[in-house]
Design a protein around this ligand. Structure first.
Ligand code: NAD
Length: 495
């Protein structure tokens, strides 16, 4: 067999797994270090074909009734429920997220779609009486056409469903480009969509590195790009989509602050801040990577944080007793190492971790210790740039004003947490923190019916919640004459 024949088909177009004609992409397991398989990725021609197929199917799909689309989504949701364990395991094989976290997430996949199916039963559009006699206006919601859904590797299925639910509900068709690190779970999800009865071509997948993503964004038949990924790629996508004035929604990076006041319930705050930064090995956009602690509480808090970080079990993501799994790729691991080493060289003090973790069972796995740094200053890159790894920077503050000023001293604005037992203070903080989401006495909670998105370099637009349907539709205003007749425009007194 030739190399090409050994590759698994890397695209899903028109309801079928097909070979791409781009380069082979090796999918690796980050927890064991083994190669899983090689996929034939998409070339520019394959991407054009996927978009063309989607465009053809769009005419019939947008003509379906809201009730029919709701039924399709409900059937798809039922199949996702049935295959939740399989999808969870497949994603863990690709990105090493803990199975115990992933299994919980996968149980809700179907609900994402059911939520949007239920919104289709709500009234949409409204009637307006304009200040012009004899006219009645109603608004309609019109789908955009082909939506490109481009996803990262840290939570590929969840973040995909945030896009698929609203896009399909209102009658769009979709071409997905998952990360080259996690294409398999997305390909499987697309197969399930067709198996559930969605017409072939409504959901398509092209895989590969950034190239196929770029071809997709550059394709003028793509009406909207729904992107989740890094801020740098988000800027490139916004520039490319400006040609042809196509829509974008951008869910980007973060450098979120978790602000702990001395009056907080310490036990809860320690658990919440630890989960906020070490959950999913810190590879979450909303990671609470800057932990700001009121000065008088800092010594005890830091000691507890370091103690717990040192105790955490790093290893097999399938093992229930593991606290933190691997880093998803060798490139990401090396980025984390470089950033931590640079922070220490710049004067930060390493309190815990700061090195690779050796996991006996998987000597080739990509593991890093939960890391805590103190003596970090706002001018350091580790305070300003996203690490996307298990690295907590702990800093003191003296009062609310200083806490706000440190927390907001960033180009990002995705999320923030506040830990205090003073209700009035949490209200003040929530209103002044510059972030798309603020959690009070909790952290890292998201749901399909709660808007999520960022400010500044954390992105444009919101996903989840009913408002996000607007970002997948155009509003059409229809003016209807009520029978009073048209005035002669050149002789206003005559009827
Ligand atoms: P990335 O930007 O490198 O890649 C994301 C996806 O975009 C991949 O599929 C990639 O192949 C593709 N891509 C990259 N450059 C592109 C371009 N110029 N045009 C079109 N497609 C392109 O991000 P990543 O490393 O996969 O993911 C980590 C990043 O994602 C982090 O910055 C993280 O904060 C962010 N993220 C944000 C959210 C959120 O909801 N705000 C959620 C998860 C992850």
């Amino acid at each position: 067999m030739t190399d090409y024949e050994q590759r698994a088909p890397g695209c899903f177009i028109d309801g079928k797994r097909v070979h791409g004609t781009g380069p082979g992409v090796v999918v690796r397991s980050p927890w064991s270090g083994e190669d899983l398989l090689t996929l034939s990725s998409a070339s520019r021609e394959d991407v054009s074909q996927a978009v063309a197929v989607a465009q053809t199917v769009f005419t019939a799909w947008q003509a379906t009734t809201a009730g029919e689309r709701a039924e399709h989504l409900m059937n798809f949701a039922a199949l996702l429920d049935e295959h939740a364990d399989e999808l969870a395991e497949l994603q863990v094989r690709e990105n090493g997220k803990l199975l115990k976290e992933m299994a919980g997430q996968a149980k809700l996949f179907g609900d994402h779609l059911r939520y949007y199916a239920s919104l289709l039963r709500m009234p949409c559009g409204y009637v307006v009486e304009p200040p012009i006699g004899g006219m009645r206006v109603h608004t309609e919601r019109v789908p955009l056409g082909v939506v490109a859904a481009i996803t990262p590797w840290n939570s590929p299925l969840n973040l995909l469903l945030w896009k698929l639910g609203p896009a399909l509900a209102v009658g769009n068709v979709v071409v997905i480009k998952p990360s080259e690190i996690t294409p398999l779970s997305t390909l499987r999800l697309a197969e399930l969509a067709t198996q559930a009865g969605l017409p072939p071509g409504v959901v398509n997948v092209v895989t590969g590195a950034a190239g196929p993503g770029q071809y997709l964004v550059e394709n003028r038949a793509v009406a909207k790009v729904a992107f989740t990924g890094s801020s740098a790629a988000g800027e490139q996508i916004a520039r490319a989509a400006a040609i042809g004035l196509r829509r974008v929604s951008l869910e980007l990076g973060g450098k979120s602050a978790n602000v702990v006041f001395a009056d907080a319930d310490h036990e809860q705050a320690i658990r919440g801040t630890l989960a906020g930064i070490f959950g999913a090995s810190g590879q979450t956009c909303m990671a609470g990577s800057r932990i700001l602690v009121e000065s008088r509480a800092l010594p005890v808090f830091l000691e507890r944080l370091v103690e717990t970080a040192d105790r955490m079990r790093v290893g097999d993501p399938f093992d229930d007793t593991t606290d933190m799994g691997p880093i998803a790729s060798a490139a990401q691991l090396s980025k984390i190492e470089t950033m931590v080493d640079a922070a220490v060289a710049a004067g930060a003090t390493l309190r815990a971790g700061g090195c690779r973790a050796q996991v006996e069972q998987f000597p080739n796995g990509l593991y890093y210790r939960p890391t805590v740094l103190s003596d970090v200053t706002p001018d350091m890159p580790i305070f300003q740039e996203e690490v996307f790894g298990p690295v907590a920077c702990v800093m003191p503050f003296d009062d609310e004003d200083e806490a706000i000023s440190l927390a907001n001293d960033t180009r990002f604005g995705l999320a923030a947490g506040v830990w205090t037992s003073d209700r009035a203070r949490s209200d003040r903080m929530a209103s002044q923190l510059r972030a798309g989401t603020v959690w009070v006495n909790n952290y890292r909670k998201v749901a399909y019916n709660v808007p999520f998105g960022g400010i500044g370099m954390s992105g444009v637009g919101r996903e989840n919640g009913y408002q996000c349907l607007d970002s997948y539709t155009e509003t059409k205003s229809v003016w209807v004459d009520q029978g009073l007749g048209i005035r002669d425009p050149f002789n206003p007194r005559a009827r």
